[in-house]
Design a binder for this molecule. Structure first.
Ligand code: HEM
Length: 358
């Protein structure tokens, strides 16, 4: 009995180390940078952009660290729908409601949008209208990870802001619902050139932040999901006494506000919140990757950074495509204050602003 248990644990250790090997192999191929983006895009035009954003976010998170989760999720919802081009930031127009009205986006934090436009104002005040809203979202997501205790990594820059937004159906068709199983999740991510290692790593974003009851109560009522730990389920039922309770719960019960690898420890203890989370541990294709991240935080951090860089370059607009919005929630042509800002920027760009004011 004892020797068969020992043999079983040796076999599982072997499995674990082979998956570690697989994931470390994947890390060596660092995500390539797409045409038009650059690691030093604002070196001349706005060298302080990253320090302005980081310093301001330090202040924001000191007041409320929960905002980091909101900003991280915003970048994901931007990138998955029409690419990382700021379409999620746009208000609706005569052509229809904006992406924010689509069901998965109703739980994006209102403050996240305000923080992004405030950062945009600070950056544009310093440099003029040269930095796009979609780049600000990508930098803010990275800073949210870093300032919550996660990895620091470089973000390729030079994204331009899009001129259109997706329909409600288009938004739904591109995001992943929490009731998705691993097959659904892997298929949807594969359609965006993200593989199963990316899928497991990016889901680790759920190591911070909150969820509304309605996003997971299908696992509690009317019948309890048998893959969920019973004590965990009972506690969730206390926070969410009915399927549609308006309450929220932490996503990672071990360290809700710290970006670490505890999300994967939760999954191994059957304490994942969504089906899309827990099924990564149930499914044989992803189980060993979950384990490898649960036992090795450094490995998770390295892979998370790579997968974020990859996700952050999805269908970006570059060069002369799109525009650099003067207000993140409206296209420049719909922006009443845009003319004034164009004049300001031209003055600045031509460098005769001081002359002009004489
Ligand atoms: C791909 C499958 C994913 C699914 C099914 C999913 C689903 C969800 C759901 C349902 C919520 C809770 C919304 C609510 O009820 O308030 C949530 C929150 C969150 N998600 Fe995801 N998500 C996924 C991927 C990601 C990725 C790739 C990231 C980032 C890398 C991410 C980051 C977050 C964060 C940080 C929160 C907390 C937001 C807050 O506290 O405001 N998610 N996600």
């Amino acid at each position: 009995m004892a020797s068969s248990a020992a043999a079983a644990s040796i076999v599982s250790l072997l499995f674990l180390s082979s998956s570690l090997l697989l994931v470390s192999e994947a890390q060596k191929t660092s995500a390539p940078i797409v045409n038009g983006l650059s690691w030093t895009f604002y070196k001349q035009s706005c060298p302080k952009v990253e320090s302005i954003i980081r310093n301001q976010l330090k202040k924001v998170f000191k007041k409320d660290i929960g905002q980091a989760a909101g900003l991280l999720r915003l970048h994901f919802h931007d990138c998955f729908v029409l690419g990382c081009e700021g379409s999620v930031l746009l208000d609706g127009s005569a052509s229809g409601p904006g992406e924010q009205e689509a069901i998965p986006n109703l739980t994006l934090r209102k403050e996240a949008f305000e923080i992004i436009d405030d950062l945009r104002a600070r950056v544009h005040k310093e440099c003029g209208r040269v930095v796009s809203c979609s780049d600000i979202v990508a930098i803010a997501a990275r800073d949210s990870v870093t300032l919550s205790g996660g990895p620091d990594y470089e973000v390729p820059l030079g994204r331009r802001d899009g001129l259109t937004f997706a329909t409600q159906q288009g938004t739904l068709d591109n995001l992943v619902p929490p009731f998705a199983d691993t097959t659904f999740l892997l298929d949807r991510l594969a359609s965006k050139n993200l593989d199963k290692t990316d899928a497991v790593a990016l889901s680790g974003g759920h190591t911070i932040g909150i969820s509304h009851c309605s996003s997971f109560t299908d696992r509690l009522y009317p019948t309890q999901d048998p893959t969920m730990d019973k004590t965990f389920a009972n506690n969730l039922k206390k926070s969410c006494p009915a399927a549609d309770s308006p309450n929220t719960v932490f996503q990672d019960i071990r360290s809700p506000n710290v970006f670490d690898n505890k999300y994967y420890v939760d999954l191994m203890n059957r304490q994942g919140l969504f089906t899309s989370d827990q099924d990564l541990y149930t499914d044989k294709r992803t189980r060993d990757i979950v384990k490898s991240f649960a036992v090795d935080e450094k490995l998770f951090f390295e892979q998370f950074a790579l997968s974020m860089i990859k996700m952050g370059q999805m269908s970006v607009l570059t060069g002369k495509q799109g525009e650099v919005r003067a207000n993140c929630s409206v296209r420049n042509t719909d922006n009443k204050n845009y003319l004034a800002s164009v004049v300001d920027d031209e003055v600045r760009e031509e460098g005769w602003s001081a002359e002009f004011r004489k």
